[in-house]
Design a protein around this ligand. Sequence first.
Ligand code: SAH
Length: 224
Amino acid sequence: MHIDIITLHPGLLESPFQHSIVKRAIEKKLADVTIINLRDYGLGNYKQVDDAPFGGGAGMVMTIEPIANCIEELKAQRTYDDIIYMTPDGERFNQQIANSLSMHQNIILLCGHYKGIDDRIRQLYITKEISIGDYVLSGGELPAAILCDAIIRLLPGAISDETSALSDSFQDNLLAPPVYTRPAEYKGLKVPDVLLSGNPKQIDNWRHEQSIEKTRKSRPDLLS
Ligand code: SAH
């Protein structure tokens, strides 16, 4: 899978790809992520990428040409399944969207800044708009990193035990059951006996019951 991320702040996107599962998936060539500095497409001597909003008001708006030129250049090199704008007014990101994006070959993620991007970019180029939640951040970089993490860990081979991603929360609309490791007792708190029983069927049943119980308590909306 190939991911191009268009950003004005490439530095914000360095660390998320240099650790843990995501780093290993990139090393194994399951995913390849290119960070594109939108400033390189800025106009004039000052490499301008933003301007004051028509109609007045506070904040700057990211201009059309640098983004359009950048996207056009990328599109000349590959066919993209989706060109995604990270934006608080987009569709709320969830596991189902992560699952479906993880099947794509090539995607572009566009990170906004300031007041956002000129709406005509959305009309002309953007095929999907995704929000990571009902709050406003300064830029689309952290949302893009979150989206990449969620989809890259789903790529076959990214997690050593592939079934492990399937038993995570939100697959099957359930929250994951509690997990324990050594020591078997800590400050009087014991690991449930069934997990020490060595009986896989009983353990599976217990985990499933715990999942349902936890979902009923914390996220009943998932069960309906
Ligand atoms: N004026 C816009 C917010 C701009 S925030 C509004 O009120 O809707 C600046 C940039 O941060 C956005 O262009 C977007 O790329 C990113 N961003 C902020 N919050 C986000 C969120 N919850 N999900 C995804 N992207 C977000």
